[in-house]
Design a protein. Structure first.
Length: 290
């Protein structure tokens, strides 16, 4: 056997072992199914994603003579603080079928847009989609309705809204064998933006959001390459102070209102002045006059 043939067999053996290990890798302790994808959430006790609802739809895949329409399942989550403030909404969609379509042609577009960071890596390969979109501030209802009508409709129908500025992240990834996974996230800027104390902080404020979006996109791509399809949602880089600004501490109250010591003589004189008729001198004053 030649050296090249032996090296090829060795490489194939390693690849087969890697596939077996990937297929047998233990699943995270908490996962939720979305289509053929298993989603693993960040286990943060203070800010936790909670289930909001499930939806389903059929994605029209063109051309009709080469591809079949793709059934999708969508699952939604909300994130709120302990005080009930809405700080995050996430929607994940994934294909439902068993990926037996070997020649799926995806025709979705990923155009550039003013005010939106758009990253597309599919290049001239029109057979697949790899589209990441990031908007730092997306509070305008017109922008959300025009760019993500489904998300805007869900918020309006549920009567929920964000009280503070939010960022928007959208990522869509497909494979040639029919795999499809898509995410839309609205997140409070306090979770993805560091405190700004100088002009240098202001210029670097968007890096944390970009890094988080890149981590989410990487996890979504990797979820299509494993048999179990686990998609791990990365934790947000910053926390939110969940104490209400109007809360008064007990020790502060003691300092403010506990400085004066009780004066029994002053209390008796005050009581006597209230009980005595008009024009009469208080009892203490009469005693002093004698």
């Amino acid at each position: 056997m030649s050296f090249s043939a032996a090296r090829s067999l060795s490489w194939l053996g390693c690849a087969a072992a890697a596939v077996v290990l990937s297929a047998c890798a233990p699943l995270p302790s908490s996962v939720e199914p979305v289509g053929r994808t298993l989603v693993s959430m960040d286990q943060n006790t203070d800010l936790r994603w909670t289930y909001w609802g499930t939806d389903s739809e059929v994605l029209d895949v063109l051309p009709e003579d080469l591809a079949k329409d793709k059934p999708l399942q969508a699952r939604l989550w909300q994130m709120r603080t302990k005080l009930g403030e809405l700080v995050g909404v996430m929607s994940l969609r994934s294909s439902v079928d068993d990926l037996n379509n070997q020649n799926t042609v995806w025709t979705q577009n990923c155009p550039k847009q003013k005010g939106v960071l758009v990253e597309r890596t599919q290049g001239l390969n029109i057979g697949r989609v790899d589209c990441l979109r990031i908007k730092r501030t997306a509070n305008s209802s017109d922008w959300l309705a025009q760019n993500d009508a489904a998300m805007a409709g869900r918020l309006e129908a549920a009567g929920v809204y964000f009280a503070r500025p939010v960022a928007y992240v959208s990522y869509q990834f497909t494979t040639s064998n029919g795999g499809y996974v898509e995410a839309q996230v609205l997140v409070d800027q306090r979770l993805v933006r560091p405190p700004i104390r100088s002009s240098v902080d202001f210029l670097a404020a968007g890096r944390s959001l970009d890094h988080w979006a890149q981590d989410l996109a990487r996890s979504m791509r990797e979820s299509t390459g494993y048999f179990n399809g686990v998609l791990t949602v990365p934790p947000f880089p910053y926390e939110i102070d969940q104490q209400p600004y109007y809360e008064t501490k007990q020790d502060d109250s003691d300092v403010l209102f506990g400085k004066e010591k009780p004066n029994p003589q002053a209390a008796e004189e005050k009581a006597a002045s209230v009980v005595a008729p008009a024009g009469a001198a208080p009892a203490g004053a009469a005693a002093l006059k004698r």
